[in-house]
Design a binder for this molecule. Structure first.
Ligand code: GDP
Length: 289
């Protein structure tokens, strides 16, 4: 019941007609995404992919200047103040059932992804603090759910990384039960941010995670990380990886979920990701009353 109200993507068919519609833009658009210091790219020609149409936007009113650069996300009327003014660490929980129960039912976003994907760095970049989420030198070691309260009004939730090759089987299994327990019982969850490393070809474990979220009607946004890196002569460029990933996703979803490119080093995508989260949050707030 709680999930139905969320302004989120789901497996097909979408819950309401305004969530997402098919549009076409080229992957070339992804590669020209601006960093805060470079001018925004020119609108690309419409070709073939999909935009995330948020609540409150009619398909016929969408123009390319409403699309957040480096993403497929349309900015709608629910977008609001996206500044992070304060951040407080609230709690580390070793079990899903120990997560904070907020009497104010303030909404939350869960951040997850493979170990080493850049999750801690992204959290630090979003809140503009160096050590809020400790960037780990030892992938796979954190097995806690960490709640951070932002602007005293919403939470960022740092979930344990998954799929670390050297984690013991029992640690991997624990992750699975632990994190699934969180997702299946968290009725103040607005959306998950599923981080995917743009520097590696699509990984089955990421697709499996996306599919699990989709099957359980948990909305999520693909957040591509490390979009500052270009490995010349060492495998594929990150935009090739993104295209492959999106091709795979488009085969599994009739209407692809929102995605956005980020870099914690250059700040690419940071402000736009916060804007996207603000529109999901504000819509959720309105629906929750
Ligand atoms: P986590 O295990 O998912 O929390 O990943 P971390 O945030 O600890 O980052 C793992 C490694 O990736 C570290 O060496 C980071 O410096 C590096 N990293 C994280 N984000 C970025 C990014 O945006 N660009 C680049 N080039 N490296 C990054």
């Amino acid at each position: 019941m709680l999930l139905r109200l969320r302004p989120i993507p789901s497996f097909s068919p979408p819950p309401t007609s305004f969530h997402r519609r098919r549009y076409s833009i080229t992957v070339a658009q992804l590669t020209t995404a601006s960093s805060p210091t470079t001018p925004p790219p020119q609108p690309p020609p419409l070709v073939k992919t999909a935009l995330f149409i948020p609540p409150g936007v009619a398909l016929e009113d969408v123009s390319m200047d409403m699309v957040l650069s480096g993403s497929n996300i349309v900015l709608g009327p629910y977008a609001g103040d996206a500044k992070v003014k304060s951040v407080e660490f609230v709690k580390s929980s070793a079990k899903a059932k120990d997560c904070p129960r907020d009497p104010l039912r303030r909404p939350e976003f869960a951040i997850l992804g493979r170990s080493n994907v850049g999750k801690s760095s992204l959290i630090n970049s979003l809140v503009r603090k160096k050590d809020v989420a400790l960037t780990s030198k030892k992938p796979g070691k954190t097995q806690l759910i960490n709640h951070f309260l932002i602007n005293k009004s919403w939470y960022l939730v740092d979930l344990p990384g998954y799929g670390y090759a050297h984690a013991s089987q029992s640690a991997k299994t624990d992750w699975s039960a632990f994190t699934k327990g969180y997702f299946l019982n968290r009725d103040t969850l607005v959306s998950a941010l599923l981080l995917v490393d743009s520097n590696v070809p699509p990984q089955q474990v990421d697709l499996d995670c996306a599919n699990w979220l989709g099957r359980n009607n948990i909305g999520f946004t693909f957040v591509f990380t490390k979009c500052d890196k270009v490995k010349i002569g060492k495998g594929k460029r990150s935009d090739d990886n993104l295209k492959k990933f999106q091709d795979l996703i488009s085969k599994q979803y009739k209407e692809p979920p929102p995605w956005i490119m980020t870099s914690s080093i250059t700040g690419l995508g940071r402000d736009n990701l916060l804007l996207h989260m603000s529109q999901l949050r504000n819509y959720w707030d309105q629906e929750a009353v």
